[in-house]
Design a protein around this ligand. Structure first.
Ligand code: AMP
Length: 218
């Protein structure tokens, strides 16, 4: 499946993942010829005639690779857990776009006490699977509320008691009077590869994996 039968197609999302993947691709001899921040093109050629980049939404990268519309992609561990990873080979932790998945509550909310007392918490998040598994493992009863953006607003507006979200510098939490109360997981971006493409285009994909493996995070 997929249109990139002969060449190599790499799925990348705009922003942090694109910027931080560029030097890694360069080490594999691949340079995109346009920047998606300034170009509106969604398919970007590279210096290599047989290799192109498709610009996708971060949460769509695993889907493009799963169905073979892209041979290779880069996706955050958070996105991969939510996606489930079907049909994907995940050989390399690129160590880029690092952050932490955290539980956060409004400053002043006694989270530990609420948990101890067995309160049923309302938790807003974009990461339903991660949140469900985390609270189930702790035996905490929660009602999960799916949001698509600005989770920080939910406790402030009275929609939820807590949120599960990514935290990098912690500035967003601080600016909204929220505090992190639990660390769920360390997150970073992984290389993902379509399993069929790895077999069919081994001669071209393996050198890319080798170049990126040399940069692999500890
Ligand atoms: P910060 O203020 O630096 O802690 O960043 C927090 C905000 O950026 C939250 O809205 C997060 O959802 C988002 N964020 C932080 N790190 C990442 C990441 N690696 N990938 C996607 N979103 C992120």
């Amino acid at each position: 499946m997929g249109s990139a039968v002969e060449g190599i197609t790499i799925a990348l999302s705009k922003g942090r993942i694109f910027e931080e993947t560029l030097p890694l691709l360069a080490s594999a001899g691949i340079t995109p010829l346009e920047n998606p921040e300034t170009s509106r093109r969604l398919i970007i050629p590279t210096n290599r005639e047989d290799t192109r980049v498709v610009v996708v939404r971060a949460t769509d990268a695993p889907t493009y690779v799963q169905y073979g519309a892209a041979d290779i992609g880069v996706a955050g561990k958070d996105v991969l857990i939510e996606h489930g990873g079907d049909g994907l080979y995940q050989p390399i932790n690129l160590g880029i776009a690092r952050c932490r998945m955290m539980v956060a509550v409004p400053a002043g909310f006694d989270y530990e006490r609420a948990v101890r007392q067995g309160a049923r918490l309302r938790v807003a998040t974009k990461y339903l699977k991660i949140a469900r598994e985390h609270f189930a493992a702790k035996g905490v009863h929660v009602d999960l509320i799916k949001l698509y953006g600005s989770m920080e607003l939910a406790p402030l507006a009275g929609l939820a008691d807590a949120i599960v979200d990514l935290v990098s510098t912690g500035n967003t939490l601080k600016a909204n009077d929220l505090v992190a109360v639990e660390h769920i997981a360390d997150i970073s971006a992984r290389l993902i590869v379509n399993q069929a493409a790895l077999k069919l285009k081994r001669d071209r994909i393996v050198p890319i994996l080798d170049a990126l493996s040399k940069k692999e995070a500890p």
